[in-house]
Write a protein that binds this ligand. Sequence first.
Ligand code: NAD
Length: 477
Amino acid sequence: MTTETIRHAFTSAAELLAVVQPAEGGRDISDPATGALVGRVAEPGVVELDAAVAAARAAQPDWASRGHDERRELLNRAADAVETNAEALAELLSREQGKPLNGPNARFEVGACAAWLRATASFELEPEVLTGDDGLRAELHYKPLGVVGAIGPWNWPMMISVWQLAPALRMGNTVVMKPSEYTPLSVLALAEVLNTVFPADVLQVVPGGREVGERLAAHPDIAKVMFTGSTATGKAIIRSSADTVKRLTLELGGNDAGIVLPDADPQAIAEDLFWGAFINTGQTCAALKRLYVHQDIYDDVCQALTAVAANMPMGVGLDENNVLGPLQNKAQFDIVARLVQAAKDSGARILTGGDPDPDQPGYFYPATLVADIDNDNPLVAEEQFGPALPIVKYATVDEVVQMANGLDVGLGASVWSSDLARAREVAARIEAGTVWINKHGAVDPRVPFGGAKQSGYGLEFGVEGLKHLGAPQVING
Ligand code: NAD
């Protein structure tokens, strides 16, 4: 760790806020758990975005000329800076996003930022010799693209920003980020910490609304857009970026199926099933969103899951006891409430939850498990993106594979079984970018991740992720 990094240590969220907030004015950001004011965010528009892109463009040749070794060193120092400031970052993230400090939540997310920065520094990407034996030499190189635009969501605002910026910077690109209007302070604070290490204008954040995102996607000086968010917005970005033929990586919505085979042990898998679905209170792209359980063990799995859910404290994120938090915003709360209501109206059975307390401040929706529900119910067919899991009964593998593949999205999926070979056979039949076995949503910086069907295209993480942030060039001769 460098003395420079230590000098920039922030001891609290308040100190971080003091540097990322405008001196006066700006838009209020409220804590989704309490409604209390977290801070204010300046709201630049397309003029400020254009200025940021121009500065990023001017900074890019020098950044590219530093070479991989220096950029690796700076990514590692950026990871040091995140670790030095971890508690202040986690506190601000918890207050703005709502996720608790503990459990797989705010501290976990900040730790993942450091881990992904280090892993991205470590990958080797050498030019590939394609031919050569016959005297005709062709090599495949990956050059910088230029300026990369990164547009992110509100559910994992810091971690997803790092997923976008780390490989982009490593490959010699400069980056302009447009965070979600719901969680801009978290991304501004993260960038403040990272920019204690990076040269000026290499990494910039322009908060703002949809018009800033649209301009970024259409901007002639943006070479590539990394986008994580909903499928609807992904389609809008494809359209906005068409005239400039931009490169795109699209990590879009999902509605991941989990399939429990009849030989699984309900007690043994219950806790992992729970966290597969309820990580970040269900607000996770690759969370388990539809659980299919074989009829022979259906009641046992329902009982085991209900017992786990009963022991998971939900509440204000800064309370160290809590591991589940509120929905991040009212619109998402309303989606979850509407879908659970649709399930109730259809006669499905609520095993636990389903009844938010109208007098409780904040957007808290209790962890909800819904049994005896049809596959075409809206809670199954639509992405709930919140703490409500439908559990569908099935009889045969053919039937469940058809149900799992029946939607137009395919981000992740999982198969749960005591027989690994059997689980792999079923996994191979699922249309999804990743199929986990006896776990769900476990991402790893070394392992490529991306969606099938309308869950997007392009890969993140690992060497494959680096290649997606480079311009491939063949030197032939
Ligand atoms: P969203 O699509 O509403 O917003 C994402 C970002 O896009 C925001 O910064 C927003 O301001 C911006 N935006 C909105 N309209 C735009 C436009 N026309 N042009 C350019 N930018 C625009 O998504 P969200 O509600 O923040 O996130 C939730 C969704 O994201 C869920 O569907 C979830 O599954 C998905 N998600 C996917 C992944 C993944 O890796 N595949 C990860 C996290 C979230």
